[in-house]
Ligand binder design. Structure first.
Ligand code: SF4
Length: 172
């Protein structure tokens, strides 16, 4: 094998490692709290919020477009690739026993959430996890989410997708 071939192979290997590393990260828009959940079945509860970057819809009335609309907001500024361990530590440190995962559309990042939640639960006791979703992506049962709050896009939202599933709570 020539030196040029060896270098090309090494470069391809490095790129594959970097891609694999990036795939292990969560694209976080923001973590904030503790604060008070202002809506849904857990309104009034003390909660930490994890807002995921990216959405598969583009609702005209969206009030969190900064988490997905890269034509109006800077992706690099609004998206923070973060390891599940770092996200779990941040959430646990905030001290609320309710985590609300929102977006954007959190269900776009189920593989990352599947890594985050066991880490979080191992150091967080009996905390509860809610997901706020647009309902267009079927969640994996094994995520073990306690409550899904589905806000289905309406006909005036300019979004093409519609809710394709209904969900129940694990405990709430
Ligand atoms: S689904 Fe939610 S986050 Fe996505 S565009 Fe619509 S309102 Fe915004």
């Amino acid at each position: 094998m020539s030196q040029a071939d060896r270098l090309a192979l090494k470069r391809a290997d490095d790129e594959a490692r970097q891609a694999s590393k990036r795939a292990m990260l969560l694209n976080v828009n923001e973590v904030f709290g503790p604060t008070v959940q202002g809506e849904g079945p857990h309104a009034g509860r003390r909660a930490t919020f994890l807002r995921m970057a990216g959405c598969n819809l583009a609702c005209s009335w969206c009030d969190t477009a900064y988490s997905w609309d890269w034509s109006r907001y800077e992706r690099d500024r609004e998206t923070h690739p973060t390891s599940p361990v770092d996200v779990a530590e941040d959430i646990a440190r905030r001290g609320a026993d309710l985590l609300v995962i929102t977006g954007g559309e959190p269900m776009l990042q189920q593989p990352g959430l599947a890594r985050l939640l066991p880490i979080l639960r191992s150091g967080w006791g009996s905390g509860q996890v809610d997901v706020e979703t647009n309902g267009t992506i079927v969640p994996n049962e094994r995520l073990g989410i306690d409550l899904y709050v589905v806000s289905a896009p309406c006909s005036s939202s300019s979004s093409r997708r519609r809710t394709t599933w209904t969900r129940r709570t694990r405990s709430s």
